[in-house]
Ligand binder design. Structure first.
Ligand SMILES: O=C(O)CCC(=O)C(=O)O
Ligand SMILES: [Fe+2]
Length: 798
């Protein structure tokens, strides 16, 4: 096998296009070179990276580095985090020193040996991609960017095939690395080693110091000048002279670690070529192009299967690369994925970089944060003492641009100020309207509402519909107060059917205790101080009372309510007592204080349980004029009584039966009531038959004397024919029925008047009566002989 120094040269074509056996053979060669030397040169890669492309890449590389320094410096590399842009290595070293003298000394000792342009993946596919942009000389070399991006892609493809060959050789399966290297976290480096005086670098100066590469594999395209040296196992640097149409491939540290040291990452350097013209005072210019391939940044690098006992703990690609970068570039360190910084560096809240110490105005607290009293600038990259550049503090320690108005920590246009706020130009904020219901307002004062949410806009305030002045109504579609039609006090809208009341008062609402005076067009006070409303200003016109009771248009205290009325607390009115009740504390039974008569004159009587009844309870009787139920005089034999007196008689306190008299008393049977007889069954003096003047009962032969019937017919006494009967007893007949042998003797039938006597005489003249004597009644004598006359003493209650 051909070699360049110790570097084997391998034909890659059989791997790309050959049989499986050929593939495996090439893979083994590749694997062996990587395990032995860590370096190899690949030939026949044309299908992936055509020679014409390589030539163009070199031509553009030269063109780039030939650009004026001002142009290149504008594309300057800024930090390892981005790792993109133009690097003038010597310059960078100088800038790392702090003192002026040290910078000057280094400039003399270590002039620029090389310059590079670092290029990363130029587009973003996912969150894993670097946020940094490539720095392209677009204005000066328009073709440069598209070409290099294509070259980047070509190199990526070649690197994938190399990884496949290694995977195949290691028994991992050809596609093992495919999804572990597909995010193209690679770095394409164009190198220029300018032509310089040899004398300047005599004494050990290198174009690139000895080092190993960090990633998986490096693809190195070198021109014909040479200078690359690879360290052998004894530690000697062996030139790897350029071989036309080949690409140098060397294993990086990460692949060595991944392979558990099976594959070797070999130290190399670039020196002045050994075989140049020694008489030439200047070194030749050299260009090379390195493609540093890396695993995906979040790929965990743990020793590959079949590589023995792990020598290293697993590590994430990004963390590993960051660490390697931080070892060489001390001043800025990319923060790890979790926002951590490597030891001795501090995360900075306001920048993507880790710092050795917190900058001015910042203080370390789980990273650098703004000191108390400082503010963060608009871009959130710096801590400032005051907001600058027309920005203003927004309250949370940050500054916001003054072009907008602050609303909930955001800058908005005045139109975007939220409901209930207004764009305050002075405070540069959407400030709350004074009116809580205002949707918008012109400033923060009361009375500046421009629109309302739920209430109605009236003169710059949002008023509830009940608070709108007389003559206005709340329009729900616009939430504004609108005028009712002329003369309408309250309305639900304009037009017919929407008026609720007519305007009488000019006041907002009719105040309590006033009446609408149509003449004065004013609400004037009621005369009655307790009236809540009244019909006019005169006494007696109250319609309702506040604390007292309305009685006939006057508000009176409960004690002053007239008889026959009671105070009703619900309506604050004096209400009439029930029928027959002249004084009461309320309606219904139990509330009567005094009784009277109803409209028809029927008396009512106050019962002991405060009711007014027309009929008192048994044993009591209504008494006038007191209209009370009083106990009947049971001692006098009165069992029940009423206003007129006794109604039912019984035994008196002497044990004698008494009889109800026509005069409503209870009397003994001996008391004489002409026309009545004492009836034992009813304990009542019952009336004799019609026309019977006196009697002892209603049966035949119980008459004592006769008189005139109600219809005017005279009756004549006929003595009883029954010998066993008392001779004074008999019966009464009309004249025509006088028994034979008797005549109707009118003179005995009635005392009569002169006229009556004449009439009787006239009547008699027509009779030829054969009766005996129709005798004159003998009542007085009969009673006197039979009964003991007693004085009748009224015992009715007064
Ligand atoms: O320029 C070269 O030939 C080698 C450069 C190199 O090894 C590197 O940049 O890592
Ligand atoms: Fe290198």
């Amino acid at each position: 096998m051909a070699v360049s120094g110790i570097v084997p040269i391998i034909d890659f074509a059989p791997f790309l296009t050959g049989s499986q056996a050929e593939k495996e053979e090439v893979a083994q060669e590749l694997f062996k070179a990587c395990t032995d030397v860590g370096f190899l040169m690949l030939r026949n890669i044309d299908s992936l990276v055509p020679p014409s492309q390589i030539a163009s890449a070199f031509a553009l590389t030269k063109q780039f580095f030939d650009l004026p320094m001002q142009v290149k410096e504008k594309l300057a590399w800024e930090c390892p985090e981005s790792n993109r842009g133009y690097v003038a290595e010597g310059r960078e070293r100088v800038t790392q020193e702090s003192s002026k003298e040290a910078i000057e000394q280094l400039r003399v000792q270590a002039p620029d040996y090389k310059e590079t342009l670092e290029i990363g993946k130029d587009y973003k596919e996912g969150p894993y991609d670097s946020p940094f942009e490539n720095r392209w000389p677009e204005a000066d070399l328009p073709d440069f960017k598209p070409f290099m991006n294509q070259f980047f892609e070509d190199c990526h493809k070649l690197h994938v095939e190399i990884m496949r060959a290694l995977a195949l050789a290691m028994g991992l399966g050809e596609g093992f690395f495919d999804d572990k290297v597909d995010q193209k976290a690679h770095n394409l480096r164009l190198l220029n080693y300018p032509s310089i005086e040899k004398a300047k670098i005599e004494g050990g100066g290198n174009r690139a110091g000895s080092h190993s590469d960090y990633g998986t594999v490096t693809l190195l395209f070198q021109d014909s000048v040479g200078g690359l040296e690879v360290q052998d196992k004894q530690g000697n640097f062996v030139p790897a002279r350029p071989v036309p149409d080949t690409v140098v491939v060397n294993v990086g540290d990460l692949l060595m670690r991944w392979s558990n040291d099976v594959l070797k990452s070999t130290i190399h350097r670039v020196v002045l070529p050994a075989d140049g013209d020694p008489s030439e005072p200047m070194t030749a210019r050299r260009n090379s192009i390195a493609f540093f391939s890396n695993p995906n940044l979040h790929e965990m690098i743990r020793c590959l299967p079949g590589t023995g006992e792990p020598k290293y703990p697993e590590v994430e690609t990004e963390a590993y690369l960051v660490k390697r970068l931080s070892e060489t570039c001390f001043h800025l360190v990319r923060r790890g994925l979790k926002g951590d910084c490597t030891a001795a560096y501090i995360a900075n809240k306001y920048s993507k970089y880790c710092k050795q110490k917190c900058p001015l105005n910042q203080t370390p607290q789980f990273g650098c944060i703004c000191r108390a009293g400082k503010v963060t600038n608009v871009d959130k990259t710096k801590c400032l003492t005051v907001c600058s550049g027309g920005s203003y503090p927004v309250g949370d320690g940050t500054c916001a641009n003054a072009s907008g108005y602050l609303s909930a920590g955001q800058c908005v246009t005045p139109a975007q100020c939220p409901s209930g706020t207004w764009a305050d130009k002075t405070g540069k904020a959407c400030s709350p309207c004074a009116d809580a219901d205002a949707k918008s307002c012109s400033n923060g004062s009361i009375g500046t509402a421009l629109s309302c949410n739920t209430k109605y806009l009236f003169n710059g305030t949002c008023a509830a519909s009940a608070s709108l002045p007389s003559g206005y109504y709340g329009d729900d579609s616009t939430h504004t107060a609108r005028a009712c039609d002329a003369g309408v006090a309250t309305c639900t809208g304009t037009g017919a059917g929407n008026a609720l009341s007519w305007q009488l008062c000019r006041l907002v609402a009719m105040p309590s205790g006033t009446f609408a005076d149509k003449v004065a067009k004013a609400c004037l006070p009621c005369a009655d101080p307790d009236a809540s409303s009244c019909t006019d200003g005169k006494v007696g016109s109250a319609l309702a009372c506040n604390t007292q009771y309305l009685s006939l248009g006057i508000c009176v205290a409960a004690a002053d309510i007239p008889d026959g009325y009671y105070p009703d607390d619900t309506t604050r009115t004096a209400k009439p007592c029930d029928t027959g009740v002249t004084k009461c504390t309320g309606p219904g039974d139990g509330n009567a204080l005094a009784c009277g008569s109803d409209a028809a004159g029927t008396p009512y009587f106050l019962t002991p349980d405060a009711s007014c009844l027309t009929q008192c309870d048994w044993g009591t009787g209504g008494s006038l004029p007191s209209h009370t139920c009083v106990e009947c005089d049971s001692a006098a034999g009165i069992l029940n009584c009423d206003a007129q007196g006794a109604r039912q008689c019984g035994y008196n306190s002497d044990g004698e039966l008494t009889y109800l008299t026509p005069t409503h008393a209870c009397e003994l049977s001996t008391v004489n009531f002409p026309g009545y007889y004492p009836d034992d069954t009813t304990a009542t003096f019952e009336p004799c038959d019609d026309g019977v003047e006196t009697c002892v009962g209603l049966w035949d032969d119980q008459a004592l004397s006769c008189g005139t019937r109600k219809d005017g017919t005279d009756l004549f006494f006929v003595a009883s024919s029954d010998a066993s009967e008392d001779a004074s007893l008999g019966y009464c007949v009309v004249a025509a029925d006088c028994p034979d042998g008797t005549t109707a003797d009118i003179g005995t039938s009635a005392a009569g008047s002169k006229d009556e006597m004449e009439q009787s005489a006239t009547r008699m003249s027509g009779y030829e009566c054969g009766c005996g004597v129709c005798r004159a009644p003998r009542v007085a004598g009969w009673l006197a002989s039979k009964l003991e006359v007693v004085h009748v003493v009224s015992k009715y209650p007064k």
